[in-house]
Ligand binder design. Sequence first.
Ligand code: AMP
Length: 269
Amino acid sequence: MKVIRSASDYDFINNNNISIVPTMGNLHDGHLELIKSAKSSNAYVVATIFINPLQFNDKNDYKNYPITIEEDLKALETSGCDLVFLPSSNILDNIKTINAPNSANILCGKSRPGHFDGVLTILNKLFQLTNPKTAYFGLKDYQQYILVKDFAAKNFPDLIINGIKTKRDINGLALSSRNIHLKEDQLKIASNIYKELTYISNHYSYASYDDLINQAITNLSDLGFNVDYLLIYDASRLNNVTKSSTEILIAIAVYLDGIRLIDNIIKKL
Ligand code: AMP
């Protein structure tokens, strides 16, 4: 596995089947699932690790973001990654700002203004530099997945965006780099997020929307969560769900002792 730190070192990669997996590091099995999926398609797999300041609207969140490069490199090598690109902050010099569309202003974008502008801005740059044929993203960040898919369709029409199922721990908690900040008892409490999503998914009907959402918010609040949002959208375009929706996204963001956690379930009706 090659490790490079400068975009100019990338120039010698002469491969027309490159698959990119953008990350911010502190890798867990969820990230590695993306690497393995990319590898299983016989691509030349490029992972990027860059904690992108443009996508943090909370300075403390950025400052406290875990950095575990040595462990990350070992895990990437074991998972079959071919090249790791660790850009330095000068990747941001003269970077072209991308303004995310209006669908960035709901869900996570509503409480994190500018977040998806930052995400698309760095991805635009990474796609330009690495010239991938395919790119892999986690469905845990479903709004990001939809925005990237739309952005790529317009700006990189040959690039295929793949969404990979959320990897969970044994209690159902979605793996996340932020879980590192949770103590053992908090990790157990956090598994209630997926329990509530599962309950809603199993009992969903168009008529029961409000009752299900309100009950889940009450349950989670009683357990000490601060619920940022718990919403159901039509999964295809992130529009409001209608009677004719065929696939729904049940999406949640909560704070547990100040740690932001997100998750979702996609359900076919
Ligand atoms: P991050 O390092 O948090 O920016 O995540 C990098 C990529 O890994 C994104 O496409 C995420 O959606 C994806 N990812 C994060 N957590 C998981 C998970 N538990 N399962 C699958 N993919 C994930």
